[in-house]
Design a protein around this ligand. Structure first.
Ligand SMILES: NC(=O)c1ccc[n+]([C@@H]2O[C@H](COP(=O)([O-])OP(=O)(O)OC[C@H]3O[C@@H](n4cnc5c(N)ncnc54)[C@H](OP(=O)(O)O)[C@@H]3O)[C@@H](O)[C@H]2O)c1
Length: 305
């Protein structure tokens, strides 16, 4: 139970809409568990009001906010500093207001990796020369490709229905990766999602990640992805989190592949933001429980992930 007092610090989420956001439940559960004098609130901000809203949050000494659609890119020119991940991804999902400065981060990439690290035995498989196929070229794909490149994955193929978007992602990200201090040399390529070339790549890749919205709400369109050739050695990671076990994951599991669902990424990207605002590591299980409850999933469904 959160007690509001004169000393309560405010964090929250800005977006339009924000009513669907599960972040208030997830963060307030973590705040309550730690007994912190913080409260996490949703702020609906219309696009023309973004600059005024950011100035207002700063003036009100809000500690930080998550940023969601449609502000993840538009907020960047309003910031004093942007993290390497956010620069590579080209989007910000977390702001920290600190001593008159505004810092922009993107916690999706690290959230994707931390969720994978939870399955330590799977993460350890991804050492040496690793070949990954990423399905999709939207906002989430940018975070996933960045995460994999930062973790020195050797080859990443981005497969998208609208192939021009995959080409654009490669053209934007490749030079940026080369120009970081990290001297990243991941080979990025793009391909059309239903091409025979993709089947060959899926057959031999170490990691297959779905970042398309296919499978959300159980829409059974896995046949889109040429899974016939999938090998049991390939780790299949679907970042879609409703349902926790998507049709893609079910198909991969039936082939004997190790699988990872999207709930972990959602929890961890939130936990990283929480740490940036409070300086304290939140209880991941409490956040996961709150998320599962807010999504209306049963514990059994979630455990089946
Ligand atoms: N677990 C997490 O923490 C997390 C975080 C972020 C996002 N997500 C999930 O990731 C998914 C994508 O999010 P996003 O922000 O990247 O969305 P987005 O920017 O709108 O991108 C959507 C992607 O899905 C593809 N797509 C949509 N319908 C398709 C279909 N019928 N056949 C083939 N491809 C199709 C799009 O291809 P085109 O370019 O051809 O349209 C595009 O590549 C959502 O389900 C979201 O909930 C999860």
């Amino acid at each position: 139970m959160i007690n509001i007092s004169g000393k309560t610090k405010i964090v929250g989420v800005i977006g339009e809409p924000v009513t669907h956001s599960r972040s208030p439940q997830m963060h307030n559960a973590a705040i309550a568990k730690l007994g912190l004098n913080f409260a996490y609130l949703p702020f609906e901000v219309k696009l023309p009001d973004l600059t005024t809203a950011i100035q207002g949050l700063k003036a009100l000494q809000v500690v930080g906010v998550n940023v969601t659609i449609p502000h993840k890119q538009n907020v960047i020119p309003l910031l004093d500093h942007i993290s390497t991940e956010a620069h590579l991804i080209g989007a910000v999902n977390t702001l920290v207001f600190d001593q008159d400065q505004i810092f922009g981060h993107n916690t999706d990439a690290e959230g994707f990796i931390r969720a994978m690290q939870e399955e330590a035995h799977l993460f350890d498989l991804l050492t040496g020369d690793v070949r990954a196929v990423v399905l999709g070229a939207g906002g989430a794909a940018r975070a996933v490709v960045t995460a994999l490149a930062l973790n020195k994955v050797t080859e990443i193929t981005i497969a998208n229905r609208t192939v021009s978007k995959a080409v654009a992602l490669v053209e934007d990200l490749e030079p940026k990766l080369l120009h970081t201090d990290l001297q990243l040399s991941t080979c990025l390529t793009s391909v059309e999602i239903q091409s025979s070339q993709l089947s060959d790549l899926i057959a031999t890749c170490d990691l297959l990640v779905n970042t398309t919205s296919v499978g959300m709400g159980n829409t059974a369109q896995v046949d889109l992805f040429n899974l016939g050739c999938l090998s049991a050695q390939t780790i299949v990671y679907d970042i879609v989190y409703t349902p926790p076990v998507t049709p893609l994951l079910r198909a991969a599991e039936a082939k004997g592949c190790p699988i990872i669902g999207g709930l972990g990424m959602l929890v961890h990207q939130g936990a990283i933001a929480f740490e940036k605002w409070t300086g304290i590591e939140p209880n991941i299980e409490i956040m996961r429980e709150a998320l599962v409850k807010s999504l209306g999933l049963s514990a059994k469904q979630e455990k089946n992930k």
